[in-house]
Design a protein around this ligand. Structure first.
Ligand code: FAS
Ligand code: PHB
Length: 392
């Protein structure tokens, strides 16, 4: 068995693990990042598209903001549509700051490039059987197999950045964990197409046929979603069926100008709200999807992972400098912001989707709330300040 020592062992080489590794390395802290998938697989996942200002600032401060500044699209508003109205919410007017459209794939690529260019230890891909030992002691260690060889990493801290299905959350004893979950009775079917976006900003549509979202990655790469039954599979939706359904759900002006084309990626994601408390147990901390999942309606998933990294990196830098109390506050600080984003994502999802057990009353409540959002500057401020991201 090979055996090495590091200060912080990070499980998961997605955006949160890479960003944490980048920030800690720049602070002079030694890390190892363990990733079970090949890099190409990690980068092939099409996920988030909207970055809050706080996320953009974090990436810039971490030294990975150059391409984002060049290629990211600053959006100062979004459109919201329902059966009988469509209107724009101006983020600058209602919340004083914009968001940036820049795909999670690009963020992850930039973080991999930064680690490659640094003298930090390369991400270790293809790991299997990652097991976290002694998290409730002062001398934790992690074991794993790679290339047919057993490995052990002794460390001061272990950080679980390994997503919803990872090993780290399950390492915390059930008696210690409190998990809260809401599974939604629908999913999102997402399509990526090399076509010009239907509008220069995003369109969130609540139609009698179900939710639809028109988003983008650049001027010739569009990202669209339609609400679909969780029992559906991507292969149940040939391109023609998808485009026809999207047209029926978008507001008329967008439906008329929609440019369709072959899908280059198509996937169906289930929607859930999930939170694990606490986000720390001894020397093990959870970050991002390892600790919480939100429905993508509010574009919060990736952004919450970044604010977790903000709080945790502050604590780890202090702890590695001899001030351990900074770590004592991590879980409470992170969860305070997580719960507000969980609330917003649940509220926006409930407002914009059709439920199988929908009643006439619920649909009237949706229409009334969307009308209120259209007509009230105060309502638009509440929407916008959550969408652009609450302060860290
Ligand atoms: P990730 O899941 O991205 O990364 C975890 C990494 O850990 C993965 O690379 C995995 O391979 C690795 N791993 C897992 N188990 C391991 C083990 N035992 N050992 C080693 N490595 C292990 N958010 C939005 O804001 N907008 C969206 O539109 C959106 N769409 C999404 C669509 C889908 C299908 C999914 C699943 C999520 C979506 N999200 C979206 C949320 C998503 O962007 C997450 O919030 C984001 O990926 C969180 O990043 P991480 O916490 O790094 O987790
Ligand atoms: C995306 O572009 O993938 C996207 C944008 C906004 C959302 C969800 C997904 O709310």
């Amino acid at each position: 068995m090979s055996r090495i020592r590091t200060q912080v062992c990070i499980v998961g080489g997605g955006p949160s693990g890479l960003l944490l590794g980048q920030i800690l390395h720049r602070a002079g802290i030694d890390t190892r990042i363990l990733e079970r998938r090949p890099r190409a697989h990690v980068l092939s996942r099409i996920r988030a598209g909207v970055l809050e200002g706080g996320t953009v600032d974090m990436l810039r401060r971490a030294g990975v903001g150059d391409r984002l500044a060049r290629e990211g699209f600053v959006h100062t508003g979004t459109r919201v549509a329902s059966r009988d109205r469509a209107f724009r919410i101006d983020f600058a007017e209602s919340a004083g700051k914009p968001v940036t459209v820049y795909g999670q794939t690009e963020v992850t690529q930039d973080l991999y490039d930064a680690r490659d260019a640094s003298d930090a230890a390369p991400v270790i891909h293809g790991v299997e059987g990652v097991t976290i030992h002694g998290a409730d002691t002062d001398v934790p260690h992690v074991t794993y197999d790679a290339g047919g060889t057993a490995h052990r990493i002794d460390c001061d801290w272990v950080v679980g950045c390994d997503g919803f299905h990872g090993v780290s959350r399950r390492t915390i004893p059930e008696a210690v964990r409190t998990e809260v979950e809401r599974v939604y009775p629908f999913g999102w079917l997402g399509v990526l197409s090399e076509t010009p976006p239907v509008d220069h900003e995003l369109i969130y549509a609540n139609s009698p046929r179900g939710f639809a979202l028109a988003s983008m990655r650049n001027e010739n790469l569009s990202r669209y979603y339609v609400q679909a039954p969780v029992t559906d599979r991507a292969e149940d939706w040939p391109d023609d069926r998808f485009w026809d359904e999207l047209r029926r759900r978008l507001p008329a002006d967008a439906a008329e100008t929609l440019v369709t084309g072959p899908s280059i990626e198509k996937s169906l994601a289930p929607l859930r709200s999930f939170i694990c408390e606490p986000m720390r147990w001894g020397r093990l901390c959870l970050v991002g999807d390892a600790a919480h999942i939100v429905p993508p309606t509010g574009a919060k998933g990736l952004n919450l992972a970044v604010s977790d990294v903000h709080y945790l990196s502050e604590g780890l830098i202090a702890a590695c400098g001899g001030e351990a109390e900074g770590m004592d506050r991590y879980s409470d600080r992170a969860l305070a912001r997580v719960w507000k984003a969980v609330r917003y994502s649940w509220w926006f999802t409930t407002l914009m989707h059709r439920y199988p057990d929908d009643t006439a009353f619920h649909q009237k409540m949706q229409e009334a709330e969307i009308a209120y959002l259209d007509g009230s500057p105060a309502a638009r401020t509440v929407f916008a300040e959550n969408y652009v991201g609450l302060p860290f």
